[in-house]
Write a protein that binds this ligand. Structure first.
Ligand code: FES
Ligand SMILES: [Fe+2]
Length: 344
């Protein structure tokens, strides 16, 4: 648990530090390897209690946590399942309280002791909320939308993270809980000046390309770097798909891919899930450089979060010409924010 955890998302005067609604989109909730066939787990994201399970056919499903029968939490097993999740039978999860079973679409598939099914069950209606899920890039993504709108785009396919891609090594995984809104963390990518002051970087190359298109964003930084092997052209490509999923590709001296995903846990709390991938056949010296890249980014995260966990979100910051394209970034990000009052 973060030592900054005690800093709540409001100021001394009680004002909310970051007054932005939770963004909609695809967000990473697990890595594929964290959920075995037949396993279920409780999940808390998007200010909601959820249960995630992998069916016998291998599909991942997410439902509201609370059983529509009498409200038991579906993510906690008892007796021989105690300490784990509740039982998964075939394509359904079985409630530990009275044994009702629910499939991934939210339909009740069995009530073991009923002679006559409740009408909604008999009509095969959905009786609990099922959340859209995708599994790709060794990650499990869940779609969140405050008004229940179904997915408007798809998560990206990241070739290097494909489970079939043997040329790339295992994921190196790091996670941080940060007391702020994901937009504040996302702004890091366009904030040129902070690199010098927060991270001590001598100078930051101007982005060669910075594009915002629909739900995607793409940035490219190119710079010459002096290495033991002479001067090398380094490239950092940085792309986002929606508010939650980003990929950073470092090339030049050591090819490294970073999946940098941000998932809202609740208002004012974001979980950063970072996974690095490097070439499986990288030699010893490239591996050392690769580890240095990872260590540097972890260090940057520790530095940034001191700011993020305490700063206020200023709707109209006082910018100068050396600041990055914040307005463009915020216009792009704004498409994922639906304020609570929008449908009043
Ligand atoms: S509360 Fe789930 S079966 Fe009764
Ligand atoms: Fe930073």
């Amino acid at each position: 648990m973060s030592e900054l955890k005690s800093v709540i998302a409001s100021t001394k005067s009680g004002a909310v530090r970051v007054d932005l609604p939770m963004p909609f989109g695809w967000f990473q909730v697990l890595y594929s390897a964290e959920l075995a066939v037949g396993e279920s787990q409780p999940l808390s994201y998007f200010g909601s209690d959820l249960v995630i399970f992998r069916t016998e056919s291998g599909l991942v499903k997410v439902l509201d946590a609370y059983c529509p029968h009498m409200g038991a939490h579906l993510g906690y097993g008892i007796r021989d399942q105690a300490g784990g999740g509740s039982r998964v039978v075939g394509e359904s999860i079985v409630c530990p309280f009275h044994g009702w079973a629910f499939n991934g679409d939210g339909e009740c598939t069995d009530i073991p002791y009923a002679d006559k099914m409740p009408p909604r069950v008999a009509r095969c209606e959905k009786v609990t909320l099922s959340w859209p899920v995708r599994e790709a890039n060794q990650c499990v993504y869940v779609w969140y939308h405050p008004q229940g709108v179904q997915p408007l785009y798809e998560p990206p396919l990241i070739e290097e993270a494909s489970p079939e891609n043997d040329a790339w090594g295992e994921l190196k995984i790091y996670e941080w809980d940060i007391d702020t809104h994901p937009q504040e963390i996302g702004e890091n990518a366009v904030d040129a000046a902070h690199f010098r002051f927060v991270h001590g970087t001598p100078q930051v190359p101007e982005p060669t390309v910075m594009r915002f298109e629909d739900h995607c964003r793409f940035g490219l930084l190119e710079s010459e770097m002096d290495t033991p092997r002479g001067r090398v052209k380094g490239r950092i490509e940085n792309s986002s798909v929606g508010a939650g999923l980003s990929v950073v590709r470092f090339s030049g001296i050591c090819e490294t891919v970073l999946m940098a995903n941000l998932t809202p846990v609740e208002d004012g709390l974001t979980r950063a899930k970072y996974a690095f991938i490097q070439r499986a056949d990288a030699g010893a010296s490239a591996s050392r450089v690769g580890q240095a890249i990872i260590d540097d980014i972890r260090q940057q995260m520790e530095e940034d979060r001191i700011i993020w966990a305490r700063k206020r979100y200023l709707e109209k910051p006082m910018l100068c010409d050396g600041d990055g394209p914040f307005a463009k970034f915020r216009r792009w990000y704004g498409q994922f924010l639906i304020s609570d009052t929008a449908n009043d």
